[in-house]
Structure formats: structure tokens, C-alpha cells
Design a protein around this ligand. Structure first.
Ligand code: BV8
Length: 263
């Protein structure tokens, strides 16, 4: 990004009445949270995230998979929202008709002030009983500084459900599992009704989530993409802002409402 934003992008945001902000792991990269497709390190270096994020992997080796999620949860707990997350919270304040739809399982949108973010792939902070989602599950606090060792990580036996003694699993959507119906329905409805969709920091290869920007484009909305790399969404984006979210989003928000205030 050469630092100069296309004026049209700022005008579209300043004029928008119904905005969807669709985010992937790239929005959290500048908070120090590895993206989903960054190479894994330490204990998990020999695994592909896509292979670990499955029910099969958990059943085959619950301690390895639970240890991976606890390492990620600890990394997120130590991270802070970045200016990209904060800019999105500002958009939500400026545009009451805006909706945040995220593929991320971290809580950085919420900690930046975003309200009611739609989590298509669940959350690191919602563990659940593998036998009965209705059973309440709480975290046993991982001893600080152990699971979070980026160069090591640990196998950690998952806790057991207090109601039925079955294993507790991460509250995320694994590959091959259906997305939460209410979340997906709300995201599709928001995308179909918006006049502007910002897609930020996603490689757009995971379905059905990757369909959300395409639904917006098909419904007549303008799509603006923020990503340092090209993605399949280049094809449906009217404007491609090649840059990092923590730089581009604050500049876009400043221009959008400085311009409106001046007009
Ligand atoms: C399902 C939780 C069916 C776990 C995740 C077509 C339709 C439906 C399904 C499929 C389909 N084709 C294939 C499938 C199967 C599969 C799938 O999509 N496979 C892909 C890989 C081909 N989908 C599924 O299995 C889904 N389930 O379909 O079920 C069903 C129906 C009924 C009943 C039973 C079953 C479930 C998918 C959910 C998987 N779970 N996460 C966990 O996190 O551990 S997905 C995982 O990938 C993460 O959530 C992540 O968010 C998501 C997408 O990745 P990104 O967010 O895009 O992150 P990535 O690292 O890839 O990219 C980062 C981007 O950021 C890059 O572009 C980079 O350039 C950019 N970036 C970097 N730095 C910055 C930046 N951008 C801005 N600023 C920066 N600073």
C-alpha cells in the first residue's frame, strides 16, 4: 500500500448505510496471533493446521489437539487488539447498520469494542462437552507460561465434563463439521442486504464462509478487499487495497468520516 487510499473507497464507506465487515486471521496478524496458514511451530511443526482442526485428530490424540488449542488460547489471551480491530469497532459505531462477520476463533474483535460479532467458526473461549453441548464446560486454567511456549508447546489432557465425564473439546467448528446454523443464517442475510462489504485478512479458501463476500457482490453490494496478497476475492472486489489491516483500516476510517464531516 503506497499510503494513498483511493478516494472512492473512503467515500463508499462514508456513504454506506449497511456495511458488513468480513474478517479472517489476517486481521489478528498484527496482534501477534499467527494466521491459520502460517507454518506451525514447535510440537505442531510437523502437522498441517487443517489436519489438526478435525474431530478425527482430536479422537486420535486428544492431548496433542487440546494442547494446540490451549497454546493458541494462551497466545490470544496475551495479545492485544490492534488498530485494525479498533477501526472496525469505530465503523460499527459510525454505521449503526453494520455487522461484523468473522471466521476467527479469537476474542480480539470483542476486546476492541465490537458488539455482537458473528463467529462462523466458533471460539477458543467456548469449550464444550463432546457428548452433550448442553453440558456446561469451564476452563481449567492452563498454568501460565507452560502451554504458551511458542517454541515448545505441550500435550495437555483435555478436562472431563462435570456432568457426564466425557472429554471437553474446543468450541470451534472443525473441518467436516457444520457451521452454527444461526450464525451462518445471520451472516448470509447481512451479506445479502448490505450496500458495502469490507473483506479483511482472509485467503478466502474455506467454505461456506468464503461464500459471504460473493453473496454480497451478487446482491449488488460493492466489495472492498484489504489484504497484502491477492486472493480469489480479487475477482469480486471493486477495490483491492493491498496492505496490512492495522494500517489500511484506520486510514480508511479517518478519510471516510473526515470527508463526510467536511462535505
Ligand atoms: C462444512 C476453526 C459440511 C478451527 C476453521 C464447499 C462448501 C462447503 C464445504 C466445503 C466446500 N469445499 C470444501 C469444503 C470443506 C471444508 C473446506 O472449506 N475446505 C477447504 C480448505 C477447501 N469446509 C468445511 O469443512 C466446513 N464445514 O462444510 O461442513 C457439513 C454440512 C452439514 C453437516 C456436516 C458437515 C467447516 C470449515 C471450518 C473449519 N474451521 N477454523 C480452528 O481455527 O482451529 S477454518 C480456519 O480457516 C480458521 O477459522 C480461519 O479463519 C479460516 C480461514 O482462514 P483465514 O482466516 O483466511 O486465514 P489464512 O491464514 O488462510 O489467511 C490469512 C490471510 O490474511 C492471508 O490472505 C494473508 O495474506 C492475510 N494477511 C496476513 N497478514 C495480514 C493479512 N491481511 C491483512 N492484514 C495483515 N496484516
Amino acid at each position: 500500500m503506497d499510503g494513498v487510499l483511493p478516494r472512492r473507497a473512503a467515500q463508499l464507506l462514508g456513504d454506506a448505510r449497511r456495511v458488513v465487515i468480513f474478517t479472517g486471521a489476517g486481521i489478528s496478524a498484527e496482534s501477534g496471533v499467527p494466521t491459520f496458514r502460517d507454518d506451525l511451530t514447535g510440537l505442531w511443526a510437523r502437522f498441517d493446521a487443517q489436519r489438526l482442526a478435525t474431530a478425527e485428530a482430536f479422537h486420535a490424540d486428544p492431548d496433542l489437539v487440546w494442547g494446540w488449542y490451549e497454546w493458541r488460547r494462551t497466545r490470544v489471551s496475551r495479545a492485544e487488539p490492534n488498530p485494525g480491530h479498533l477501526a472496525i469497532a469505530t465503523i460499527q459505531t459510525r454505521v449503526p447498520g453494520s455487522t461484523v462477520v468473522t471466521q476467527n476463533v479469537d476474542d480480539l474483535h470483542e476486546r476492541a469494542g465490537t458488539r455482537a460479532a458473528i463467529h462462523l467458526h466458533g471460539s477458543l473461549f467456548a469449550p464444550r462437552c463432546i457428548a452433550a453441548a448442553a453440558h456446561p464446560a469451564t476452563f481449567e486454567d492452563t498454568p501460565d507460561g507452560e502451554a504458551a511456549q511458542p517454541h515448545e508447546g505441550r500435550r495437555i489432557p483435555p478436562p472431563r465434563c462435570a456432568s457426564c465425564s466425557a472429554l471437553i473439546r474446543p468450541g470451534v467448528v472443525w473441518f467436516g463439521e457444520a457451521l452454527p446454523e444461526a450464525a451462518l443464517t445471520a451472516a448470509v442475510e447481512a451479506a445479502a442486504a448490505c450496500d458495502l462489504l469490507l473483506t479483511v485478512g482472509t485467503s478466502a479458501v474455506v467454505y461456506p464462509a468464503a461464500e459471504i463476500p460473493r453473496i454480497a457482490a451478487r446482491s449488488g453490494a460493492t466489495v472492498i478487499q484489504i489484504n497484502p496478497q491477492p486472493t480469489p476475492l480479487d475477482q469480486v472486489s471493486a477495490i483491492n487495497l493491498r496492505g496490512n489491516a492495522a494500517q489500511v483500516l484506520p486510514a480508511l476510517v479517518a478519510d471516510a468520516w473526515e470527508q463526510t464531516d467536511e462535505r
